[in-house]
Design a protein around this ligand. Structure first.
Ligand SMILES: O=C(O)CCC(=O)C(=O)O
Ligand SMILES: [Fe+2]
Length: 341
């Protein structure tokens, strides 16, 4: 097996906790980096993601070179971010190629909501190509599934550029084999002089979110859910429901007649209506409580409702995942954020 990383992750935990980002030059082993270069040459076109082509950046889905690399990634990210490896879900694995004509000074962006931690692997980096991160200005997480939605949500006077002009700006002149970790959905960032740069980004979170379905284990999680739904009453009642990986958001929507439409949107799918009791049950899903515990609590609120049956239907509809072990949910450590808050 080729090891991906060369460094001891524990050495970077304090830096990450203080700053919310780390840059580790030569963090990738030479052998792994060489395999990445070859992978890009051989596979980029086959794995090209048409829907993710944005102006001057092309993207391709990355397949892990060895299954063990998924675990190595989670262990290293967990140690740097101060969380448990088992709490991490992968939400994106894309290779990004900046085209020769890429804008040298693009606008900053925040990654999608599921990118709590963005991990960049530098594959090819021309001299001058620079990752710019704003680690202190406006650290609210992007609630949307893309930066385009975030930008569209702003009114004309609320664009971030005015604030970023005076904000702390960190320039990372990465080189091939570099590793960059930062709070992707919170920190504004961009790449200057990106033309000709190729990077791999693996993005993770501690909240069981994989809207795009890119975590290699997400299919398994869904299959396990469906088998638990049909298992013995004991096993099913002891299972731990959580909001499913593919769920994008839960909404209360009003038409102009003020009629309320209440429901869940699974990424890329139409709205699914839920009841207030189902909503209460969803809110109680903390990765620790079992089906039995949640139904007992909810039934006090919603007399006469069979909440267990409601949870079963939510699981079948893809709104709830069922786990056999509690989810080690833990917030990624970040001192600066705590002081600001
Ligand atoms: O070029 C980089 O290192 C940043 C890429 C990036 O921010 C992204 O693809 O989300
Ligand atoms: Fe990004």
């Amino acid at each position: 097996m080729t090891k991906m990383f060369t460094f001891d992750a524990d050495n970077y935990a304090d830096v990450f906790a203080n700053n919310g980002y780390v840059h580790i030059p030569e963090g990738l082993s030479e052998e792994f980096h060489a395999r990445l270069v070859k992978y890009v040459e051989d596979s980029f076109d086959k794995k090209h993601l048409k829907d993710f082509a944005r102006g001057d950046k092309q993207q391709a889905l990355f397949e892990f070179l060895e299954p063990e690399h998924y675990d190595e990634l989670r262990e290293v990210v967990a140690a740097i971010c101060g969380v448990e490896a088992s709490s991490l879900t992968l939400s994106e694995r894309h290779i990004k190629e900046y085209e020769p004509g890429a804008a040298p000074y693009p606008l900053a962006h925040k990654d999608r909501f599921g990118s709590e931690i963005a991990v960049g692997f530098s594959i090819r980096v021309p001299v001058g190509s620079t990752l710019v991160i704003y680690p202190e200005h406006d650290l609210s997480a992007n609630p949307f599934n893309s930066t385009a939605e975030l930008r569209s949500s702003f009114s004309a006077n609320a664009h971030p550029e005015a604030g970023l002009k005076h904000a702390l700006r960190v320039e990372i002149q990465d080189q091939p084999r570099g590793v960059q970790l930062f709070r992707g959905n919170m920190m504004w960032h961009l790449r200057e002089h990106g033309a000709g740069t190729t990077v791999l980004y693996l993005k993770l979170n501690t909240y069981n979110c994989d809207t795009l379905g890119e975590d290699p284990h997400s299919v398994e999680v869904r299959q396990r859910t469906l088998s638990i739904v049909d298992s013995s009453p004991f096993e099913w009642a002891a299972s731990i429901p959580v909001i499913a990986r593919r769920v994008d958001y839960i909404q209360r929507r009003y038409n102009r007649d003020w009629n309320e439409v209440f429901g869940v949107v699974i990424y890329g799918q139409p709205h699914t209506t839920i009841t207030e009791a189902e909503f209460e049950a969803l809110r109680l899903m903390d990765g620790q409580r079992t089906v039995t515990e949640i139904s007992q609590r909810t039934e006090q609120l919603c007399k006469g409702r069979d909440v267990r049956e409601a949870i079963r239907l939510l699981a079948q509809r893809g709104i709830v995942d069922l786990l056999t072990k509690p989810l080690a949910m833990g917030q990624v450590r970040h001192m600066a954020l705590r002081e600001v808050a």
